[in-house]
Design a protein around this ligand. Structure first.
Ligand code: MSP
Length: 498
């Protein structure tokens, strides 16, 4: 039995999550469910990033204390994740006591090691990114510096602060990024290396004066400052695994930690996070899985672009959580941005879920009930389908293990296409007792359902109950080993979108 620890970014709860956030979260959930299915000791962490200027300002504009505001918003996030059947093991909040303690201890540790020093800072800041931009990074609009992502004017800041000596980790980072394949897909490691090559690695400010940003964790040695929100947030990943609280548990999960992030926060999760970990004598993550953006009408989906798709609308449109999850997992792309406007997504839903999978379940269920009273004994299985099935399982496993969820689903869909063709070729409705045909098809459906269960857990359960099999590790049961199927009903799983 393996161990699998998976995390999503912790989201800023300044507004409810939209399809862009669901994109990361559903993908991570599919991987978590897959690893539970194959028997791994799995831990899935998500949560909210609650401190900092952005949250302070939103709360102020609403006239409420930030804590009250984030308390409400954390519930909003949980509500949306339950709407999408997200099976997280812990919902971490940066205002959780154990996390605040980890932050204080970690930053004090670095301070004592001489990796933090005080100096002046001046620069241009984007509050939406909670990030400083240097020349060449920002966009100039009407002669003024603007955030390249949010297209809003940057704010000029000048203040005394504390710096983390990021520059000391340049060699370590270069080596890590070029020798160890931590970052997947590799194109993103090259991107970070290119940036380091071009600009070098500069020290980063990791504190904010309290007068300006009071909503944060105070520096343990200087109460006049709060910890920079990103320094605070990144540490959630070690808090979640039990750092400081349970050494054994921490080491177990940390040895297999997989961070899933969008490419917008790549720099923080490589240059800064890997250096912080090194400074704390913690090994780098096992994998950093980076994905591209959801794009709506040509622009990255986001609140400031004004092109968000609400999760509730998406779930309603695809007739529930399974439909929505399927679409998200199927269009998911690590390598390039995906456009979601237009008819394409509905076509995927109709042709794959409704026609290919749903119809096969219905058809085979009906035939089993009509022809054999629902009792389908194993009296042999078609050799060609059996072979296709074991090939499908191998390819599915390889795709899932290399984080290519969409490819894994594609493999199952291709196999279901062959199963449908088998029905048409063998015409079991014309036979008196089509044992072999129906048993073959039920085995096909069983394994397709099990392999799709991390994506469409509700429909998979429904199918399993109706046709009479269990959702179990597909790699430890052998094909053709079920003695009999007792089919109870022929469910209609999905309805077409017109
Ligand atoms: N709070 C930080 C992350 C701290 S992690 C230690 C943050 N939060 S966020 O709310 O802005 O969420 C960013 C993440 O949401 C992205 O990295 C990505 O995973 C997801 N996405 C938000 N919009 C997205 C798209 N339009 N497309 C794909 N993913 C997007 O950054």
């Amino acid at each position: 039995m393996g161990v699998f620890y998976i995390t999503t970014p912790i989201y800023y709860p300044n507004a409810p999550p939209h399809l862009g956030h669901a994109y990361t979260t559903v993908y991570a959930d599919v991987l978590a469910r897959y690893h539970r299915l194959i028997g791994d000791d799995t831990f899935f962490l998500t949560g909210t990033d609650e401190h900092g200027l952005k949250l302070q300002r939103v709360a102020e504009s609403k006239g409420v204390h930030p804590k009250k505001f984030v308390d409400e918003m954390a519930e909003v996030y949980k509500y949306y994740w339950s709407m999408l059947d997200i099976s997280y093991d812990r919902f971490i909040r940066t205002t959780d006591e154990d996390h605040e303690e980890v932050v204080r201890r970690a930053i004090m540790d670095l301070y004592k090691k001489g990796l933090i020093y005080r100096a002046k800072y001046s620069g241009l800041y984007c509050v939406d990114c909670e990030k400083f931009y240097s020349e060449g990074e920002y966009e100039v609009i009407d002669g003024k510096p603007h955030c390249p992502i949010h297209k809003k004017p940057l704010e000029y800041l000048e203040e005394d602060t504390y710096y983390f000596k990021l520059s000391e980790f340049e060699d370590y980072l270069r080596r890590l990024l070029s020798e160890k394949d931590i970052v997947y897909p590799e194109q993103y490691a090259r991107e970070v290396l290119g940036k380091i090559e071009k600009e070098g690695l500069r020290d980063v400010s990791i504190a904010r004066p309290k007068e300006r940003v009071w909503w944060g964790i105070p520096l343990p040695w200087d109460e006049g400052y709060t910890v920079y929100v990103w320094f605070d947030a990144l540490l959630n990943y070690i808090t979640g695994a039990g750092y400081l609280i349970d050494k054994e548990r921490f080491e177990k999960y940390w040895s297999s930690v997989h961070h899933v992030i969008g490419k917008d926060i790549l720099w923080f999760h490589t240059a800064i996070w890997f250096s912080m970990l090194k400074a704390l004598d913690i090994p780098p993550p096992r994998k950093l899985v980076v994905h591209a953006f959801v794009v709506n009408r040509g622009l990255k989906m986001g609140k400031s672009a004004g092109n968000i798709i609400a999760i509730e609308d998406f779930v309603e449109h695809y007739h529930g959580s399974d439909g929505a999850r399927y679409i998200i997992a199927r269009i998911f792309n690590l390598h390039k941005d995906v456009e979601v406007s237009g008819e394409q997504l509905d076509t995927i839903y109709n042709s794959e879920l409704v026609d290919n999978y749903g119809n096969l379940v219905r058809r085979v269920g009906v035939l089993a009930l009509r022809k054999l009273n629902g009792r389908v004994e194993n009296r042999g299985m078609d050799g060609r389908v059996e072979k296709a099935l074991s090939k499908m399982l191998e390819e599915y496993r390889a795709s899932m293990n290399s984080y290519e969820v969409s490819r894994a689903i594609g493999v199952v869909m291709d196999f279901l296409g062959e199963a449908n063709a088998y029905v048409n070729q063998t015409r079991p409705w014309e036979k008196k007792e089509p044992y072999e045909e129906l048993y073959t098809l039920l085995e096909a459906i069983k394994y397709a359902t099990i392999t799709l269960s991390p994506v469409i857990p509700r429909s998979a359960d429904k199918t399993a109950k109706a046709l009479g099999f269990d959702i179990v590790n597909p790699f430890t049961t052998s094909i053709g080993s079920q003695k009999e199927y007792v089919v109870k009903e022929a469910p209609i799983l999905f309805k077409k979108i017109k």
